[in-house]
Design a protein around this ligand. Structure first.
Ligand code: COA
Length: 447
């Protein structure tokens, strides 16, 4: 899942207040200092040693247990592979509990077939009213129905893993969690995993320990398919984090973002200056830049996988999975390529659409946000490709373009006037031990 973050007051592309007056060297120095402060903060947060009634019982890496785990790994699990990665707890399907975990009286398990409009509506409505909000409860993610279908139905998906809790009497949904299959490469080792997403408990049932039951039940179901590890992201700090990234925001419709309270006009700028500074190119500069098509799939897949191999954590996408995730889908995902004369895909950029409801605003119902997805530039600077991508996001009606500081995104964030968001996104592995990774070592974007 994504974490909802807003432009922080400390530094935003929009509040590039003094930045425009600084020399390039000074700007780079400022960016480095901000990064160092952020890293120190993340380290402190990661060292959070508070007790977790549920998570302390789960096979996830904890700082306190790190030594034990390393010893176990050296002693047993992977002798011929790298010793930094492996299962934390070895299990077989036979050992897995056959019965579902019990729910509180009045509730029952069900699965959601999102290809059934009524069931898709139920999932959409639960999330639309109860899913992730920013710290000030001004915005709430509003994943569209088409997006949800796309997100939970990649090749090989199982309806049994679109899990929900409903009231026995009324059938009303009170909780949801999903798992989709995705092999991952972690520190050079391929692992069959699932991606966990859309964990949500109805506001009326919060703090009653329903989330741990949802997590245990999805884990049981996944384990019964012979998969024992998972990857997920969350804004909150929990045991099992392997790395932490930061969201950055690039205003596109600056005035609207100020009106809804997503960002503010920097002290030393007028609205007009800020609007001007946040202009994006009307036409792409990259020669041959165009929307990706079916004929590009095989070449673009190769381009991406050859690129991702340099990261410590990334998805081992098959061609079919790549086609599902990257080929354009209206108001869900956009992707663009440019090719050589013989049709070889040389550059690829993409973003997905995740609007948020403006919970309290009298006139603006939504902020339309594009989220940077997978980008590879081989014949033009990444900055140029992403600037073209910003232009396309605007043409697609987006108000803001968000990007994590993963992969090589640092190469364009500052120069393209992205500003740091006010929250982190932690990356987690369940039952797979991994060395800690820096944001620039992460080659994975979860929805
Ligand atoms: C996240 C959410 C499902 C947790 O439910 P809750 O009713 O607040 O908490 P519960 O009493 O059921 O469970 C608490 C346990 O869940 C854990 N938990 C909370 N948020 C979690 C998350 N995002 N991922 C995994 N575990 C989480 C807590 O750490 C706690 O376990 P611990 O005692 O070991 O620390 C709920 O707050 C919610 O729906 N929030 C809005 C949507 C959201 O943020 N989803 C998560 C996206 S990553």
């Amino acid at each position: 899942m994504s974490e909802f973050t807003k432009s922080s007051t400390a530094s935003t592309g929009d509040s590039s207040k003094d930045d425009s007056k600084l020399s390039l060297t000074e700007q780079a120095r400022l960016a480095k200092i901000q990064e160092a402060v952020l890293r120190a903060r993340l380290l402190r947060e990661k060292k959070d040693t508070s007790s977790h009634k549920f998570w302390d019982t789960q096979p996830v890496a904890r700082d306190a247990l790190q030594d034990d785990i390393s010893k176990q790994l050296e002693a047993a699990t992977i002798k011929d592979e790298k010793k930094t990665t492996g299962y934390i707890k070895e299990q077989t399907v036979e050992e897995i509990r056959k019965e579902p975990y019990p729910l509180p009286a009045g509730f029952e398990w069900c699965v959601l077939d999102v290809n059934n409009e009524e069931q898709l509506d139920m999932m959409y409505n639960l999330l639309n009213r109860n899913y992730v909000e920013d710290d000030d409860n001004m915005f709430r993610f509003d994943y569209s129905r088409d997006f949800l279908k796309w997100a939970v139905c990649p090749p090989g998906y199982k309806v049994d893993l679109h899990l929900a809790v409903r009231a026995q009497k009324t059938g009303k949904l009170f909780g949801v969690i999903t798992a989709i299959p995705q092999a991952m490469i972690v520190d050079g080792v391929k692992v069959e995993m699932v991606e966990i997403n859309f964990l949500c408990v109805h506001k009326k049932l919060r703090s009653k320990r329903l989330a741990p039951v949802l997590i245990k039940e999805i884990t049981r179901r996944v384990n019964l398919t012979g998969v024992f590890s998972a990857v997920y992201t969350a804004g909150v700090v929990l045991p099992g984090s392997i790395g932490c990234a930061r969201y950055y925001h690039r205003s596109i419709q600056f005035k609207k973002l100020v009106e809804v309270g997503f960002t503010r006009v920097p002290n030393n700028q007028t609205m007009a200056t800020a609007v001007k500074l946040n202009r994006v190119p009307a036409q792409p500069i990259t020669k041959g830049f165009r929307a990706m098509e079916e004929r590009d799939v095989v070449g673009a897949h190769k381009l991406l996988m050859d690129y991702l191999v340099s990261f410590k954590v990334y998805p081992a996408l098959t061609v079919d999975e790549f086609r599902h995730w990257i080929l354009p889908k209206d108001k869900v995902v956009n992707s663009y390529v440019s090719t050589s004369a013989d049709g070889t895909v040389e550059n690829l950029c993409s973003f997905y659409h995740l609007p948020s409801s403006c919970v309290k605003h009298p006139t603006h119902s939504h902020i339309y946000a594009a989220y940077s997805y997978y980008n590879v530039a081989t014949t033009v600077p990444l900055k140029q490709l992403m600037n073209d991508c910003l232009g396309q996001a605007k043409a697609e009606g987006q108000d803001v373009f968000n990007a994590l500081n993963v992969m090589e995104n640092d190469k364009f964030l500052h120069d393209l006037r992205f500003g740091m968001g006010d929250g982190n996104l932690n990356y987690y592995l369940y039952n797979w031990h991994s060395p800690d990774v820096q944001p620039e070592e992460i080659g994975l974007v979860l929805l």
